[in-house]
Design a protein around this ligand. Structure first.
Ligand code: XUL
Ligand code: MN
Length: 346
């Protein structure tokens, strides 16, 4: 474990959300992009992740030339501030064309909209200097399973991914799986599904994944296993750390907020596997609590980073020799208490 290694941190503009939920309106006035960029710098983060319409607002009302012009202006702006664009993701789930899904919609014209918009996202990524397009397959699934053929949906996903890989010889597709919400049941619910479908594409090496802790938990999995699995394939290209209290709506809680031990194990896996050594960023896909006032508007990000760094220290100071000895004796009771007391600092 190289102790001098410095993690680099990242967040998206949507992580300063203004407090709305399905049952109530915003509780804070949405700040400007400039404010968010200043705030990202103030808290010492290194990179910003973008949806296509974070990079170019009202994107569907603009021509391709206008979109690229604005992307170039943004790139200049980011360079001036010393901030890297970590990835760009097509925000397909807001558009009227995607109410029945994007790439797996039952309507051919609407599927084409999803493909064209994603190709444009790749063009934006190229301008912003990142080779990662994150694909969260928000509406690729069903409300009732009889409405689509699962096998046909897989073919449509592969067709779309192949179109993206052909559109740009350098782009890497990072699939962000999530098992449900907004759909009842999603296609590609786990990292295993994401990496399996990669094998059906024209260039499996350029199809990998991003893990979000909460999404793994929603699938009933331990996100640590998702990390280890993806990193066994060399395919964990980004990371959305956060937390989640059981199987309910996607909570995007601060990292470690709900289960410190699960967070510790995620950090330990990242340390063991050398996450970040190929330039990957640690992103926090977290949201402020609805009650947050504007003067604490970045606390969830700073706290997530602080918790992460405390857990890095805990991972590095964990008594591996003692742990190995418990493992050799199959004394998992002893190992269990070793972890608990280490986390408690006693
Ligand atoms: C949704 C989610 C998205 C993606 C980016 O649950 O996590 O914000 O991370 O599209
Ligand atoms: Mn995410």
């Amino acid at each position: 474990m190289a102790k001098a290694f410095k993690y680099r941190f990242c967040a998206g503009p949507w992580n300063w959300s203004p407090g709305q939920d399905p049952y109530g309106p915003t509780t804070r006035v949405d700040p400007s992009f400039d404010w968010k960029l200043d705030e990202l710098k103030r808290i010492g983060f290194d990179a910003m992740m973008f949806h296509d319409d974070d990079a170019v607002p009202n994107i569907d009302s603009k021509t391709s030339a206008q979109v690229l012009k604005e992307a170039k202006e943004l790139k200049k702006r980011l360079d001036g501030e010393g901030i890297v664009a970590e990835m760009v993701a097509p925000r397909l789930w807001f558009a009227p064309q995607t109410i029945d899904g994007g790439f797996t919609s039952n309507n051919k014209k609407d599927r084409q909209y999803a493909i064209d918009r994603s190709k444009q996202t790749i063009d934006i990524a190229r301008v912003l200097g990142t080779d990662i397009m994150v694909i969260w397959l928000a509406r690729e699934g069903t409300y009732i399973r009889e409405s689509k053929s699962g096998k046909r949906s897989m073919e449509l996903l592969v067709e779309a991914f192949d179109a993206f890989l052909a559109h740009d010889k350098k782009i890497r597709l990072a699939i962000e799986p999530k098992p449900n919400e907004p759909m009842d049941v999603a296609y590609l619910p786990t990292i295993g599904h994401a990496l399996a479908i990669a094998q059906l594409t024209r260039d499996p090496k350029r199809v990998g994944c991003v893990i979000e802790s909460a999404h793994g938990l929603l699938a009933g999995l331990d996100p640590t296993d998702e990390i280890d699995f993806a990193m066994s394939f060399g395919k964990l290209w980004s990371l959305h750390l956060n937390d989640q209290n059981g199987l309910k709506f996607d909570q995007d809680k601060p990292f470690g907020s709900n289960n410190l031990r699960v967070a510790f194990n995620q950090v330990r896996a990242l340390e063991r596997n050398g996450y970040g050594r190929n330039g990957e960023f640690v992103c926090f896909d977290v949201h402020p609590f609805r009650t947050t006032t504007p003067d604490h508007w970045s606390a969830h990000l700073e706290n997530s980073r602080n918790t992460f760094m405390h857990l890095v220290a805990k991972a590095r100071s964990f008594d591996e020799k003692q742990a190995a000895s418990f493992i050799a004796q199959r004394d998992y009771q002893g190992l269990d208490q070793l972890v608990i007391e280490h986390l408690l600092g006693v």
